[in-house]
Structures are given as structure tokens and as C-alpha cells.
Design a protein around this ligand. Sequence first.
Ligand code: SF4
Ligand code: SF4
Length: 799
Amino acid sequence: MRLLQAFASTLAPIYPLAKRLLYKFHGGVFPQYNKSLSARNPIRALYYPTELILPLPQTVGEMAKSLVKVGDHVLKNQLIAQSQADANQKLVVPIHAPTSGEIIAIEARALPHASGLQELCIILKPDGKNKAIENVLQTTGTWPEDAQPLKDLIAQSGIIGMGGAGFPTYAKLPSKQGKVKHLIINGAECEPFISCDDLLMQTDAEQIWLGAQIVAHALNCQEILCGIETNKPQAIEKMQSAAKNLQMPSNASVIHLAAMKIQEVATVYPMGGQKQLVYEMTGVELQSGHHAIDQGILMMNVATLKAIYRAVTLGEPLTSRLVTVSGEGVTEGFNIEAFIGTPFNELAELAKPKGDIDYPLIMGGPMMGVQMPQNHVPILKTTNCVLANPPEPRQMQMPCIRCGECMDACPVNLLPQQMYWHAQGHEYEKVEKLNIKDCIECGCCSYVCPSHIPLVQYYRHAKSEIKVLNAEKQATELAKQRHEFKLARIEREKAEREARLKAKKEAVKKQAAQNTNTPQESEKSATSGASKSVASAAAARAAAAKAAARKKANSDTSSEQTQTDKPLSAREKAILAAQKAAANKQGQSDKDFKTKGQSLGSKSDRQAATEAAKKRAAMAAAKAKATSAAKQKAQPENSAREKAIAAARKKAAQSSKTEDPAVKSSSDLEENNNKKGNDENKSPTLNASQQTAELTTDLSANGSETSPALEKELARKAAMQKAREAALARKKTHQKQNNTPVKTDQDSPPTKTSESSETAEAIPLDSPLDKKAAAKKAAMQAAKRAAAKRAAAKKENNE
Ligand code: SF4
Ligand code: SF4
């Protein structure tokens, strides 16, 4: 190995990829390791920080619930928080007090995460006494004989993967023996600057081996392999020595130990990756999407094995870990057994920084580490390094030149350039198809990229997006499955119902067939059936009669109820009154009327009454209309009508031998007219008066009041008479102007001029047409007279 390494190093200046001859897996890079900055110094003594920040949420698993309150004094190893979930169902990790002290707060604090999110934390102020509860896990020191007891003990001690993954160790172990062929101890601390595992192997090699033996014993594993990079010669030596001289604890009952083998592996980044180290040491290529345990491989970090040993033999929970504090910004890097919860900034200050640490510290190494949003964040069980590297001038990102360097460097054989391309275009499905989930975010691709593209940042973002999309897809799928299950259940219930019905029908048919099969039985059944049918018919009739009676009673009740409950409208009241009057007229008794009135509620009576009322209403409306029209029409002739009525009344009075002067004058006028020989064609006024008087007399004889029809007729006749009078007056005026005799409508004989002049005086000629006609006639007569004169003069001349 050393010879091969020397040969590859010689070729490296000419052919850099020659170093790849040293290992088996694809890709990898050779960064500056700078491990000596911290590895050269011995492990520092205990440091008591001002406060310990103990987050209740865990790296992986359920959030723990605090078992203490503010003001409580706790001892080292005391259980202070635990999840209520079942450890066999969920991932749970208890929290123990790292040292003795007082709980001063339970509040939200920033966690060591790129997001800078704050979570609930228990704040413990150390008292500096470090007073502990010994063997808090109450172990006897006996090694567990089976997998499950070991798992339970590890779960109680709160041990998780201390290499960086943070997965609860108890959940990583198989539940049954014989599943693990190779237990691999990961001593390939490949990240630059970090040296805590190296120092741990140098100082606690025996505990590491014993921890591995405990696991191998519980899982019945026969071989333990330890992979250590060639750049850690002291650790290799110490581990080899410890393996050779491994002493069994006095209280352990184990007589058989698994074989231990140390394997030096090339110093190449990322040799510490599970896939890479397993492949390097065993030649087994771990399949994508499968656990290593499925292929008989169990890999554990050196720090985790030490914690298992202390838990099993000493009953000690995990409350501290070895941490490297290093970087370009400090002068004295070191390793320290730090309490879990120690703030980053306090540890960095211990390393004598070159200046103010006003830049973000890094959790982890420069390749895979994460910059902290603030420096007062706690050390977790997975924190192996606090790196104080001042930020370097950022190199400008250039477009991808498709050089393919990233692809050559990728230790997982992915296509970094393709993944970057699709991640940039938010085509996450395509990124997923390129197996981005296998990316270990080692940073080799970014390290070699000549365009300085931060490829790993793109992959981290794409992974989180894919996670969200998959969660949504899963929820949709679940809803779809629920819907399909519901449909299937409905179908099944329907089929069952139909089957039940079918079975019932068949049973009835079968019964009927049995009844008809035997003649005697048939007869018997027929007889019984006939008697049954007679009885049932009688019962049906009785039931029908009862139903009819009930219906009738209901109807009567409802009718009465309608009559009594429902208030009568005005029209119904009028109808009722009319009916009552009619009944009285016909001599009906009150009892009959009441019966009829009560039966008004019946539909036919009510309809008849309504029809009669409608007819009467229509007649009344027509009468009112005619009256109003007659009134309107007769309005202008009111005076004439009244005169006519008055004359008629006078005449009537005269006829009853009651002399009246006004009537007398009328009689004189009538006598004068008779003298003129116009017995039939009397004066229009007198004629009209006579007619009106006749009508009025007739009316008076019929009743004391005039009917509207009669009044209308009188008004019409009076209007006609007046029109005749006006026409006659016009004719007379015309005749007077033309000196022509006036004729009446009935060809009455010509009246005398004196009479005409009297009439002309009564009706003056003020019509412009009449004047014009008269002037025209006069002119014609004058012309005739002049012509006659001229003819006479001519005749005389001729003679
Ligand atoms: S190394 Fe950088 S420039 Fe080269 S192909 Fe990959 S992403 Fe593109
Ligand atoms: S970060 Fe991912 S893609 Fe880049 S080299 Fe590492 S494993 Fe490959």
C-alpha cells in the first residue's frame, strides 16, 4: 500500500488522476487537509460554558418533552426530556443533563441549521461541580446476549450516529442476530481540518474495540473491520495495539470475541462516506435505495462505539462528545470533550482567534460543513467540528463550459452537470430521475468546477423541492386510494344486497313449489288459502269502511274547521246576506238558512254563490257605467231637460185642475199655434216641452223617482229637439236674408214675413258665410235688374 502510494504520488504532478490507482471507488478529490492545526495539540480539559442549550427537537425523530421546569437543579446524566412516543413505533431520543446545574429557562433558541430556525430548548446553567448520577441506566456491565436488549439500552442512553447522520443508533441495529456479516468501524475521517476521530482512536482505542465487540456479540457478528486513512498513522498504531491487547472487563461473561482487522485506506475525499468505505474495504457496492444492513453490512463511527461501550458497562448516557475546534481564523486549534449544548462561539474563543470572530462559524468541515446564521448555537451529538474560517473573496460564477470535471469527481457516479442544468430550470422530476437522492453532498463537483458554480447548493434546494412534491403526490395517492376503497365498498354492499334478495326470492319460489307439489297439501293449502282469502277480504272491507268513515269525519271536521277557523271575506259576507234575504223572501226558516250558510263552505255552493255575485256585480257595474255616461252626455242639456221636466210637471198639474200662471201662458201659446193651423207642426219648443211633459207624466205615474234609463232617453230627446230648433233658426235667417219662404223639415206652409222677422230678431245674422252669400245674391239681383233695364232700353230704341 505504501509503495503504491509512493508511486502514485510520484506520477501525480504529471498525471493527477494517477492517485486514483490507490482506491477502488470512482471519483474523489485531494484537498488540503490541514488536520495538524488541531491534531498536534492534546485533548483539552473539561470546559464549563456559561450556559448549555439543549434543543428538544432532535436531528432525526420525535421532539422530546421537557421533564423539568425552570428553577430545577439537575445532576449530570439525569433524564430531563423524553418523547412520549413508543420507541418501537417512532424514532425517539431522550435528553440527559450533560452536567450538574440549574434550569434557568425553557425557551426558543436558534439551532445549528442553515435556516436559522428557532426551537424550544432547555437552558442549563452549569454549577461547575459536575456532580453526576452514577450508572443512571442501571446496567450490570454484562454484555447483552441478544440484539433487542442492546437496542433497548442504546435507546435509553440517547445514542445517535455521531459521524454526522444523526440517525438513532438503536433503530439502525437489526432486531435479530445473524443479519450482520461485517461490522465496519469508520475511522476514515476524510474532511479537512477535522481530527476528533483521529484523537479518539489515539486515546480511547480500547473502548472503541470493546464497543464494537459488544455490538458484534449481541448481533452474533464474527468479523470487525476498522478502516483508517493512511494519514492517521498514530491512530492506526493505537488501534492495532488495542486490538492485540484487548482485555475483557471483569464483569463481562463473554468468552468469545469477534475477529478484529484494521485496514488502511487511501487518503482521498470522501473516503469516509459509507458507500465508498464499504466498497473500498469489502468490494460490496451498496445498492441505491437500500439499507446497508440488507447486504449484511453495519457501519458505525468510532465515537458511537465508544458511547455504546460506556452505556453498557458504566450505565452512562450520551452527554458529551469530542469536538475539533480549528480553522484559518484561530491560532490554537484543539479537540475537546465538550458538553452537548456548549455554544459554538465560546469554544471558538478558547482557540485564540486571530481577530474578532465576526463571520459565521461553520459546523463540520469545509467540504460538507454548513455556515451558521449566528454563532451562539449549541454543539449537538452530531457536531464533530467548529470551524473558524474567515470568508474568502467569492469567485465569480461563470457559465457551465461542459468540461465534465464534476462528473469525473463524483464518487457516486452521478451526472452533476445534468442535475445542475435541470435544477436551474426547476425541472425537478428530471433531476429526480438522475438519482439525486444518492448524492451525499460531498462537494467534490463544486470543488473541481472551473466555473465556480456552487453545484451543491443547487442540489440541496432541488432535494427539498422534490421532498415537498413527493409529499403532495403521496397525499394525492392516499386520497385516490381512499376513494377507490369507498367505491369498492359500495359495489360490494350492493352485490351483497342483491344476493340476499335473490336468495329470498328463491326461498319463496321453493316454498310455493313445495305447496303445489302434493295434491292433498295443495287442497289443504287451497282450503286454508280460500278461508284466509275470505277472511282477508272481509278484513279489507272493514278496513276500507273504517277508512271511508275516518276520511268523511276528517272531511267534515276540516270543513267545519275551515268555516270556523277561516274568517269570511267581505264578498262572502255579502253573498251570505243575499242568500239570507232570498231565504227570507221565500219563507225559509232560520234553521234552513243556517244550514245553507254553514254549507257555504262546500265547494259547489260557494261556486254558485260566487257566480251569482259576479253576475250581480257585472250588472251593477254596467248600470253605473250607463248612468255616468248618460249624466256626462246630458250635462250640457241639463237646462233644457229641466225645462222640459218643469213643463211636463205643469201640464200634469194643469190636468189635475190646479191652475198655474206659467202653465197658463203655455196654454195660450198652444192656442195661438193652433190658430195658425199648425196643429201637428207646433213650435219646436212647445213640441219638446209637450213630449218631455208626457214622458215625465208617465214617469211620475210609474214612480216618484226617474230611472237612469228614462233620464237618458229624456236627455237624448231634449238634445235632438234643441238641434232641430237651432237648424230651424238657421233656415229662417237664411230665408229672411234671401227673401225666400222658410220651409220646415216636415214641409210646413210658408210663414209670414212678420213672423220671420220676429224669428230673425230672435236669431241674429252674424255668420260671415251668411253675409257673404246674401251680398252675392244681392249683387246678382242688381245685375239682373241692370240687364233687364238694358234690355228694356234696347227694346225701346229698336221700336
Ligand atoms: S465542472 Fe462545472 S463547468 Fe465543468 S461540466 Fe461540471 S458544472 Fe460544468
Ligand atoms: S456533491 Fe453529489 S453530485 Fe457532487 S460530487 Fe458529491 S455526490 Fe456527486
